[in-house]
Design a protein around this ligand. Sequence first.
Ligand code: ATP
Ligand code: MG
Length: 689
Amino acid sequence: QPSAPADPFAGLNPEQRAAVEHDMGAGMVRPLLVVAGAGSGKTNTLAHRVAKLILAGSDPQRILLLTFSRRAANEMGQRAAGVLQRVLGTSTAVGSLPWAGTFHSIGARLLREYAGRIGLEASFTIHDRADSEDLMGLVRQDVGLGASNGQKRFPLKGTCLAIYSRVVNSREPLADVLQSTFPWCSEWEEQLKRLFGAYVDAKQEQNVLDYDDLLLFWAEMASDPELGPELGALFDHVLVDEYQDTNRLQAAILQGMKPDGRGVMVVGDDAQSIYSFRGATVRNILDFPKQFGEHTRMITLDRNYRSTQPILDASNAVIAAALERHAKTLWTDKAATGKPQLVLIPDEAEQARWVCNRVLEQREAGIRLTQQAVLFRAASHSAALELELVRRNIPFVKFGGLKFLEAAHIKDVLAMLRFAQNPAGRVAGFRVVQLIPGIGPATAARLLDAVAEAADPVAAIEAFPAPPRAQGEWEQFTALFRTLRTTGLRWPLEIELVRDWYLPHLERLHDDAPVRAADLDQLVALAGGYGSRENFLTELTLDPPEATSDRAGPPLLDEDYLILSTIHSSKGQEWKAVHVLNVVDGCIPSDMATGSAEDIEEERRLLYVAMTRAKEHLHLIVPNRFFIKQQAQMGDRHVYAQRTRFVTPVMLKHFEECVWTNAETLQVRKPVPDSVRMMVRERARNAWK
Ligand code: ATP
Ligand code: MG
C-alpha cells in the first residue's frame, strides 16, 4: 500500500516553522523580518512559506517573490513546487510562480502594463549598462562636455553614469554623493547637473529606460497616492530574499506598495552584505522595524544546516573580527570532517594545477564536479585556472563577469532587433546603421533624426538618400527593417533573418568570423526559449545568461562540470567542496577597495560569503606570488603576496595549514599551539631588552 507522503514541513526547526506559519489565516499579516546567518535556511524558509500560503488558499497570482537573480527565482519556485507536490501528490501540476523575479524584471513587467498611465510608451526598450554609457557619451557630446578643452578633463562617460546611478539609487543629493563617493568630480557639479538633465530628456525622447529607471519609475508609481494603493492591491504577499543587498529605492518600493507592511516578509543577513558599491545598504534591514512600525515581527535563525562545524568555526572567526559586530554565532550538528585548509602555494600557475588535482581527487572520492566550485574575487582571476582546465579536459561553467553579451557581434545583432523594436532609440540605431559601409556618424545622425521626426519609420528610412557606396547593402538593410517592422514574423524567425543579414558584415569586420558565427548560432538557439522579440530583448538585457563555458556552447544539463564563479555571483548557493583562489591581500581585500574602512569591511564580508558556501570541504589558497595588471605605463608584474589580513594569526587554529611544493606533495604543517606562537613572538619582541 502506498505510504502517506512525508510532511515536508516536519523537518523545519521551531524558528523556521514560526516564520513559515507566521500569521497564517490571520486577517492582517504583520510585517516579518528574518535575520539570520549563512546557511540557516532563510531561502528554504521562504520557499516553504510560499507553499504554505498556497496550501492555505492564497492565489499564486497574488504572491510576489523578489529574488536576487532569475536563477534564484527559478530555484525558489521549484523548491516551493516540490513542497506542494509532496503534500498534494504528484498528480497535481504546480506551475512556476507567475510573479517571481528580480526587482528589475518585475519592474519592467509592471511598467509595461502601466505605461499608458504614467506617460511611457509600452514599447520602450531597456538599456543595459553599456548602452547607458553610450547614451551618456552621446549626450555628453551634445551638451558640449565631451572634448577636453585643454583644461582638466570632464569625467568619462562611465564615471558620469556611475554618479547618476548612485544618486538615483541612494536617493541622496548629487552634492552629497560627489563628496562621499566621487570627491575628485566635485568641481563638476554644475556641469553634471546639466548633463543629467539632458540625459533624462534623451531617454524620454528615445523611449528607452535604463536599469535605474525600472526601479525609479516603479518607486514613483508606488509612492503616488492613486497608483501606489492600486499596485499594492495586486499582491497579498510580497516576499524578498537577500534583503541586505537591496538599496534605498527598493525599500521605497516596498514602502509605497505596502505602507503598513501588511503581507511583507523579508529575509537577509547583514554579515553578507556585499553590494554597497551598487548603492545597497544594510540599513534597509536595520531600519525595517522602524519603517513598518512596532507590529513588525522579527525572527532569527542560528542553526546552520549547510556546513560542518570546523567550517563554521573558521567562518565565524573571520566575521567576528568585523568592526561592526554581527551578533550571530552559527552552530550545526553536521558530522565534522577536517578543518578548512589554508593552502600555501608558490604561484598562480601552481595554484591552477593544485586546484585541478584536488578537484579530480575529490571526484574520485565521489563528489561530482557540479558539487564543487572554485570562487574568486574578480572574474579575471580564473584565467590561469581556465587554461589548465582546458588542458586537462575538465569541463567547467563560469558564472559572473560574463562577456558573451558584450561581444561586438552579439551586440550588433541585438542592436538590429532593438532598432526594429524602437526606432527612436539612438544607441541601437547608431550602432546598426553604421554597419553599412559608407555610412559614418554624420550620415547616421541625419538618418536617425529623420526617423525620429517621421510618423512612419519604415517610410522615412526608405526615403532617405543613401550614400552611393552603401547602395547594395542599403537595400538589404531597408528590406530587413521593413520585414521586421511590418510582417509580424513568428519568433525566433526574426532573429534568424537578422543573423543571415549580418553574416556578410561579420566576415568583412572580423578575422575570426567562423568562431563568432558559432556564437550567433548559440544566440539564435537561446532566443528560441523566449516567446517574442520584446520578451527576449527585455529578459536578455535584465538578466543576461550568467554562465559561459568554453566556446563550444554550454554543457548539457545532465553533464558533469565544475563551477567557476565570482564570489558575488555565488550568493545564496552551496557546494560540497569549495576552493577560494588568491586569498591574499591585494585580491581579498582587493587593491581597488583598500580606500575606506567600510570598503575593507565589505571585503571581509565577501570572504565570509565565500567560506560559507562550503558544505564539507573548504580550501583557501594562498599563492605566494601573483600577477597583477597595472597601469599601462608600468606594465604587468609579479608581486609577493601576503595571506589575507582577514585570517589573522590567532585564527590559524581554525585551519589546517598546508604547503604545496612543486614536488606534487602536500605537506601538512604541524599546528602550533597558541601558547608557542605567543612565546616565540614575545621572545622576539623582547630580544633587545
Ligand atoms: P544563505 O545565507 O547562504 O543564502 P540560507 O539561509 O538562505 O543561506 P538555505 O540555502 O535556505 O540557507 O539553506 C541552506 C541548506 O540547509 C540547504 O541545503 C537547505 O536545504 C538546508 N536546510 C535548511 N533548513 C533545513 C532544515 N530544517 N532541515 C534540514 N535541512 C535544512
Ligand atoms: Mg539564501
